[in-house]
Write a protein that binds this ligand. Sequence first.
Ligand code: GCV
Length: 705
Amino acid sequence: MGLLLASTGSADDGYRLWLKYDRVTDRARLKQYRAKIRAIVIPGKSATDVALKTELQRGLNGLLGRELPIKPAGQTRNTLVVVTRREFGEAKIPEFTGVLDSLGPEGYAIRELKIGGGKTLVIAANEDRGLLYGAFGFLRALQTHRSLDRIDIVSKPKVRFRLLNHWDNLDGTVERGYAGKSLWRWSELPWTLSPRYVDYARACASIGINGTVLNNVNANPRILTAEYLARVEALAGIFRSYGIRVFLSANFSSPIAAGFEQEGNRKGGIGNLNTSDPLDPAVRAWWKEKVAEIYHLIPDFGGFLVKASSEGMPGPQEYGRSHADGANMLAEALQPFGGVVMWRSFVYDAANDADRVKRAFKEFVPLDGQFMPNVLVQAKNGPLDFQPREPVQPLFGAMTGTPMMLELQITQEYLGHSTHMVYLAPMWKEYLQFETYACGPGSSLASIVDGSLRKPALTGIAGVANIGDDLNWCGHLFAQANWYAYGRLAWDHSLAAESIADEWIAMTFGRGSKVHSTIRSMMMGSWEACVNYMTPLGLHHIMQEGFHYGPAPQHDTGREDWRSTYYHRADSIGLGYNRSSSGSNAVAQYASPLREQFDSVSHCPEKYLLWFHHVGWDYRMRSGRTLWEELCHKYSAGTGYVDAMLGQWESLRGAVDSESFVHVKTKLEKQRVDAGIWRHTCLGYFRRYIKHPLPQPLSPNGRGE
Ligand code: GCV
């Protein structure tokens, strides 16, 4: 392909995300698309059919640069036909028989068929939701300039619940949100419906997201008042057409009267009781009534997400009850309506174990098998807290009798907020491909999450959203790629991080080959670079307390398991947390042979070395360098990568639109400074324990300047 540049010179504010639908720049492709798609036939009449028809018209009109007519059923030659099995009749599309049987309610097939002597493009599915995803899949094929000759795409999701978790507060702030205020304008709802709600739903549907938890897990009980439920109903009404069900985070103290003060119940609730004990009949009745009220308004309500007995949030343990007691009470109320409970395992009660990363496992594994069938236990990918790199949370392997839902974080709480360019798909792939050995070899995290390993009744994946009301949605243009990649991986975790990047780049910047290859190369190594300039070799939790942005390895006050020194344990001998069998023995929470591998300092993968071991400064790494030299090397590799990204981006001046160019350049310049600060601060702090001279000058950029 020649040098086809994207929209140069012009300005793009990023609002349209990856759904730009600018006219196809490749002439041969444009000709093919125009020849094969002269009209659209969509017989369906549901709200979802209307939504997908609008999207197809908008997308195709833009991509093809001409208005396409909608034709009645029966017209097929050079037409795009979008039909469910019911509408088309199996007999007329024998090519789809069998395929549709295996596609479920959300899958789709796209094929070019010979009908009546002419060629017809068909998007087929069992239900309108499948057609919706098929329509977006078809548009993606065109946006990425795929040939339509004999096109044959068959796709269905591997996981049932593919959710965004918004940590949005009712006052409009977003916990760990770096893209402005909440999208949900509670004070205007339900009367005023921002057009952004539809655009949000389009974007989510385009990548297969089928549910959204609207409010923060640190839940304000008021979300369950009639006043707020009417607002939730309005949002649910918009999202429904796009296959998106609404869920809510519930505060466990909700049944308690407002202002009722009791130890542990920080806020009081919205009810009239003086307890939220899950075994109390009045509490159980309160939840049943509340759930019935919700389903009366929102018949397809998804269920509750709950953070309980965690970081000060109320929970069943205040009443001497277990997480299973709490989850099952809510599950019982939701069960008649088909709702689910997503009960978070993010707990770290210090009384449980001296090592924070062992605590969730110790609390939850004894409860395995005790949860009702409509409960999923939702665990973060790692045992600590969304660090730049962690090993997988061992709970996934150990909970053999409970559906385990994976919680990923799209918002970059510990990875440079919306300032640093960090493409997260390679990180998520590392977790998904992590071999847990839970049922012997072939027990990847992905196989647990998608249910193929243990066949649980429910499967789910959640991503903590990075979306706010900034015009470009995510703060950083490249953070849009993480929203996109999350959805694509939630749909199909076998997709490669590179191919997802390729799609996103083509849809965002067009198909210019230099632009494409440069951006792809910047993105693909950006996560490893971030790990390197923040927390290489298994270091973790050495950031500023609370803000979670810059480095603070010296932080040594306050709650013990929030201190950096608790995690890195630097001393005159070496660095790292000893979680081997001679230390906290966290390694024992993993299945064999992983536990033996992690336990051995020489067999432990070096990327996790300081997570599991306290290693001497002179320890010889596989590279031949000492630990200290390797640490310096990694920090410099990280800062060097950011330097290189800046240069790569600079080479695109004039090749990407001016607004995006300046926006990204400014962010990269700040990232470069920040990466240098991380390197300088961390090495500067650790060097106080080293007696040798430093292998490289300790300057912010690693080049001695
Ligand atoms: C929603 C970390 C974050 C908190 C977050 C919590 C959680 O502690 O810093 O902001 O609270 O995780 O996931 O519940």
